[in-house]
Design a protein around this ligand. Structure first.
Ligand code: ZN
Length: 188
């Protein structure tokens, strides 16, 4: 079986996967990147919660626990920036719910928010890396297309956004594939 390792570690404050070099070698188990580790605790806590709200904002349907978390953030007395952001997101979520907006929204890749673009790029990287590792020689165009299709399909379930690939998507995907191939070569 091929062992597959994700690039880097997950920082629980940034809520992002970051390269190994962005984590210190010693100290706290690697769940905080160096940047977050250096923040004063209250700021670190607030940032972690704000990033959670960003994740919730990007989802079209929230679970009961997620609604509860968002309502709690919107009442926060400790973190004013968190509070105002959560109030805004909560209002937007309630509006969407009241309007019964369609379950799936169609959107071109280039019209997505940076957050989604980054998330899709990371997913592509991970799957391309796996593809490169599993394929002797270079993956065919057909394999690459199938990987892209699978990712976009899973993304609908995750965010209820149906992303239409366009010119920008094409460029991003080609670049990401080249990166994955280069990183794999370096590792090997
Ligand atoms: Zn971090």
């Amino acid at each position: 079986m091929i062992k597959y390792r994700r690039r880097g570690y997950y920082c629980k404050v940034c809520r992002e996967w970051k390269a190994h070099r962005e984590f210190s070698e010693t100290g706290i188990p690697r769940e905080l990147c160096v940047e977050c580790e250096e923040l004063p605790l209250p700021e670190r806590n607030e940032r972690q919660r704000i990033n959670h709200v960003k994740v919730l904002d990007a989802k079209l349907r929230l679970t009961k626990d997620e609604w509860d978390a968002l309502r709690k953030y919107a009442r926060s007395r400790t973190y004013p920036a968190l509070k105002s952001f959560a109030v805004e997101v909560l209002a937007h979520k309630r509006e969407m719910q009241a309007l019964h907006l369609p379950a799936v929204e169609k959107i071109s890749f280039s019209d997505l928010k940076e957050f989604h673009k980054n998330e899709l790029r990371e997913r592509l990287y991970d799957d391309f890396m796996l593809l490169v590792k599993l394929t002797p020689g270079s993956p065919t165009v057909r394999m690459v297309n199938q990987t892209e299709k699978d990712i976009l399909k899973r993304y609908i379930h995750h965010t209820h956004l149906q992303v239409i690939p366009d010119e920008e998507w094409r460029k991003m995907s080609d670049k990401t594939m080249a990166e994955a191939a280069a990183d794999h070569k370096e590792e090997a």
